[in-house]
Design a protein around this ligand. Structure first.
Ligand SMILES: Cc1cc2nc3c(=O)[nH]c(=O)nc-3n(C[C@H](O)[C@H](O)[C@H](O)COP(=O)(O)O)c2cc1C
Length: 389
C-alpha cells in the first residue's frame, strides 16, 4: 500500500480503481454542484485557535452517540449502492466501523441486505429508512431492521423528490445501469473491481429484491423505485413510524431551525443537519453554515449531528466545537472503500482519528467532550441568523 497522508490520497486512488460510472456517482452533487462544494469550503473558512502552555497529556476522544459508547464522535453515513464502489462494500465498511469502535449506517438502497450486515458483523448498527409509498414493505423493513439488531432508525426526509445529478444521467447510471460500450470498456480497465464483482453474488439492492411486492429482479426494480418516492411524506408519518419502531429515532436532512424544532416535537432522539452531501437542493447552504443556529434552537432538547463535507479530523473538531454531538462521513469512507476495500475504510477512520486528536491537542484540550466554540477564531464562526429572519 502506498503512503497515504489524507483522505484526498484515498480519493485519488479510488478514482483510478472504481469504474467511472460509480466513481462519478460518489464524487458529484446535483445541478451546478454549488452546495456540494460549499460543504467543504465552509469548513475551511472556520479557523482554529491555537493554545499553548497547557498540559495536553492523556487525551481522549471517547464519546457517546445516542447513549452508546463510541471511540470518537464519528459514524458512517448511509450510502445507497456502496456495494458498487467495491464488491460487498457495505459489509466491508461495516466491519471496518466495528473494528474502529464507531457506528455504521446501512442505507435502504444498499446492495448488501440488513441480514448480510448482521451476519457479517454480529454487532449493532443503524438503519436508514426511506419512507416509500408501499406501506406493507415499509413495515416489513422496520421489522427486519429490528430483527437484525439495529438500535437506531435514521429517517431521511430530504429525498421525497430526486435532485438532478447530471453526471449520473450522462453515465447511464440508472437501475439497472445502462451499459454502453464506453462504460463497459472503462470497467475492463479496473480488473480488481471486476474480479470482486464476479466473485460476489451481491449486485442488486439487497433490501428490496425478493422483499418488495412485484420486485423479483433488477428489471422490475427500476419502475418500482420510480413509483416509490413519496412526495406526500410529512411530519405525521414520523409519529407512526416512531410508534411502530419503538426505539431510537434519528431524523436526517435538516437545514432549518424551525424544521429542527418540529423534528424534536415529533419525537426525534437526534437530528442530522445535512443537505445529502449536496446531492439534493443545489443552492442550499453548507451544513456547517446552519449548524450553529440549529444547535442554538434545539441543542438542549436533542442530539444534533452533522454531515456534509467532512474530509478530516479538523472538520470533525470544528463541528463538535459548534455544538454537534456527532459527525457522519459519506465520501471520506467511500474513497477508502474504493481504494482498498475494508482496509481503506479503516485507514480513512484512522486518519480522521489522528487528525482529530492532534488538532484537539493544538487547541489545548484533552477531552473531546469539553471542546466548545472557544477553540475557534470567533470572527470565522458562521453567523447564527441564517435560517430565521
Ligand atoms: C454516493 C452517495 C449515496 C448516498 N446515498 C444515501 C442514501 O441512500 N440515504 C441517505 O440518507 N443518504 C445518502 N447519501 C447522503 C449521505 O448519507 C450523507 O448525507 C452525505 O454523503 C454527507 O456528505 P459527505 O459525502 O460530504 O460526507 C448518499 C451520499 C452519497 C455520496
Amino acid at each position: 500500500m502506498k503512503t497515504i497522508s489524507d483522505i484526498e490520497d484515498l480519493r485519488r486512488i479510488a478514482a483510478r480503481r472504481v469504474p467511472r460510472m460509480f466513481y462519478d456517482f460518489v464524487d458529484s452533487g446535483s445541478w451546478t454542484e454549488q452546495t456540494y462544494q460549499l460543504n467543504q469550503t465552509s469548513f475551511k473558512e472556520i479557523l482554529l485557535r491555537q493554545r499553548v502552555g497547557r498540559s495536553i497529556d492523556g487525551r481522549s476522544l471517547k464519546s457517546k452517540m445516542l447513549g452508546v459508547d463510541v471511540s470518537m464522535p464519528v459514524a458512517i453515513a448511509p450510502i445507497g449502492l456502496a456495494g458498487m464502489v467495491h464488491a460487498d462494500g457495505e459489509i466491508l465498511a461495516a466491519k471496518a466501523a466495528v473494528a474502529a469502535g464507531v457506528r455504521y449506517t446501512l442505507s435502504t438502497l444498499s446492495i448488501a441486505s440488513l441480514e448480510d450486515i448482521q451476519r457479517a458483523t454480529d454487532a449493532p448498527f443503524w438503519f436508514q429508512l426511506y419512507v416509500m409509498r408501499d406501506k406493507q414493505f415499509l413495515l416489513s423493513l422496520i421489522d427486519r431492521a429490528k430483527a437484525a439488531g439495529c438500535d437506531a432508525l435514521i429517517l431521511t426526509l430530504d429525498l421525497s423528490v430526486l435532485g438532478n445529478r447530471f453526471k449520473d444521467a450522462k453515465n447511464g447510471l440508472s437501475t439497472p445501469p445502462k451499459l454502453t460500450i464506453s462504460s463497459l470498456s472503462n470497467m475492463l480497465t479496473k480488473p480488481k473491481w471486476c474480479m470482486g464483482m464476479l466473485r460476489t453474488h451481491r449486485r442488486n439492492l439487497g433490501n428490496i429484491i425478493g422483499h418488495a411486492k412485484g420486485v423479483g429482479d433488477v428489471h422490475s426494480l427500476s419502475g418500482w423505485i420510480g413509483q416509490q418516492l413519496n412526495p406526500a411524506l410529512s411530519w405525521k408519518d414520523i409519529e407512526w413510524i416512531k410508534a411502530r419502531w419503538g426505539g431510537k429515532l434519528v431524523v436526517k436532512g435538516l437545514l432549518d431551525a424551525e424544521d429542527a424544532q418540529t423534528a424534536v416535537l415529533a419525537g426525534a432522539d437526534a437530528i442530522i443537519v445535512s443537505n445529502h452531501g449536496g446531492r439534493q437542493l443545489d443552492g442550499a447552504p453548507a451544513s456547517v453554515a446552519v449548524l450553529p443556529e440549529i444547535v442554538d434552537k434545539v441543542g438542549r432538547a436533542t442530539e444534533v449531528w452533522i454531515d456534509g463535507g467532512i474530509r478530516s479530523g479538523q472538520d470533525v473538531l470544528k463541528a463538535i466545537a459548534l455544538g454537534a454531538r456527532g459527525a457522519l462521513i459519506g465520501r471520506a469512507h467511500l474513497w477508502g472503500l474504493g481504494a482498498y476495500g475494508e482496509e481503506g475504510v479503516k485507514l480513512a477512520l484512522e486518519l480522521i482519528r489522528k487528525e482529530l486528536d492532534l488538532t484537539m491537542a493544538f487547541c489545548g484540550h484533552t477531552d473531546i467532550n469539553s471542546v466548545d466554540r472557544s477553540v475557534l477564531m470567533e470572527r470565522t464562526i458562521p453567523r447564527t441568523d441564517y435560517c430565521v429572519a
